[in-house]
Design a protein around this ligand. Structure first.
Ligand SMILES: NC(=O)c1ccc[n+]([C@@H]2O[C@H](COP(=O)([O-])OP(=O)(O)OC[C@H]3O[C@@H](n4cnc5c(N)ncnc54)[C@H](OP(=O)(O)O)[C@@H]3O)[C@@H](O)[C@H]2O)c1
Length: 315
């Protein structure tokens, strides 16, 4: 039987592309990457559902932006956001679960006169079905945005209730992309079941140089289903940096323009073809500069990624 293009669904089409080199079709090839690096451009990766490109390094806000009303701390967080944008970053991830973080993000955006190109990602996190819409409205108010680019169901909480509402909101243009999140390996079976059966655009989960289980199942499934991937906890909440910072970087780290461990760890994540972006969190402007710096220069290929894993595992 001949299948015409028109008879393919978007996901079927993207699944087919996966087999024949989806990465290449979306412009994600070693050649394109090398050209980007040579031109000094940040690494931008496509959202499979639309082809829209977003910077591969964004910013998380759990704990780090939960600073309440303290004016000096809020002003300092605004400098961090300014640095993110100055270096070509755009993605900010938050949640109503993160205390005052959403309010602080809103404050920072206001201080910066609502910087161009923001990709605003937050979450819905409530077990009360009726509270979902009110919570999302409050998040819009706190951030000062009309619509969110990405609304995610935090930790899969009550996802059966929230998902139909989010898909409906997306259809009506009240948000742009729908996603689900977890940071627990024990939820991965449920996560994959949703990825297989529901028309979500994004999945957010933990992936870093020591937490690589998603490489075996979730990342291939994301490729097959045309789902963008956000990697959270890139540093295992700083523990990876603390573990390696006294050790030397391998000599060959310079071949992919890694100046220090945070960039080594971040380049490992964003160079995976199926990872769309990662969202390190920080309380420091200099750390933000280092983290976003991982979007620039040469990126590791598969052979070097394997070398990176071998290197850290013997430290
Ligand atoms: N279920 C979910 O949806 C879920 C779960 C977990 C996390 N997340 C998201 O993922 C984001 C990131 O994860 P995370 O907050 O667990 O932590 P993380 O990004 O893995 O680590 C953050 C820590 O790394 C340190 N750091 C960052 N850049 C550094 C640098 N260049 N040099 C030295 N230290 C550096 C920061 O300390 P300094 O302040 O000193 O820089 C901070 O303590 C969260 O903020 C949240 O948005 C989502």
């Amino acid at each position: 039987m001949t299948r015409t293009f028109a008879s393919l669904t978007r996901r079927g089409f993207l699944g087919g592309l996966a087999a024949s080199g989806a990465a290449a079709a979306l412009g994600w090839t070693p050649f394109v990457l090398a050209q980007q690096a040579e031109r000094g451009e940040p690494l931008m990766k496509p959202i499979p559902a639309s082809g829209e490109r977003i910077p591969a390094i964004g910013m998380g806000t759990w704990i780090t932006f939960n600073v309440g009303e303290l004016e000096a701390m809020r002003a300092q967080r605004a400098e961090i956001v300014a640095e993110l944008f100055a270096q070509g970053g755009r993605v900010i991830d938050s949640s109503p679960m993160y205390g005052t973080s959403e309010a602080v993000v809103g404050y920072c955006l206001e201080q910066l006169d609502e910087p161009d190109g923001l990709f605003a990602a937050t979450k819905v996190w409530t077990r009360m079905a009726d509270d979902g819409a009110a919570q999302m409205a409050e998040s819009r108010r706190l951030w000062g945005v009309d619509i969110f680019d990405l609304m995610q169901i935090h930790n899969l909480v009550d996802w059966q209730t929230h998902l139909p509402r989010l898909l409906d909101d997306k259809a009506q243009g009240h948000l742009r992309y729908v996603g689900i999140t977890t940071s627990h390996g024990r939820r991965h079976d449920e996560l994959m079941s949703i990825m297989r059966n529901e028309p979500i655009d994004f999945v957010q989960l933990t992936y870093n140089i020591l937490d690589r289980e998603p490489e075996y199942d979730i990342l291939p499934l994301a490729r097959e289903r045309g789902i963008a991937v956000i990697a959270n906890r890139p540093f295992r909440q700083k523990r990876l940096i603390e573990r390696f910072e006294d050790k030397p970087l391998p000599e060959w780290a310079g071949e992919v323009d890694c100046a220090h461990w945070p960039q080594f760890l971040l380049k490992f994540i964003v160079s995976h073809p199926d990872v769309t972006c990662t969202i390190p969190a920080t309380t420091r402007v200099d750390h933000m500069r280092e983290d976003v710096g991982a979007m620039y220069g040469r990126q590791p290929d598969q052979a070097m990624r394997e070398e990176m894993v071998r290197y850290v595992e013997q430290l």
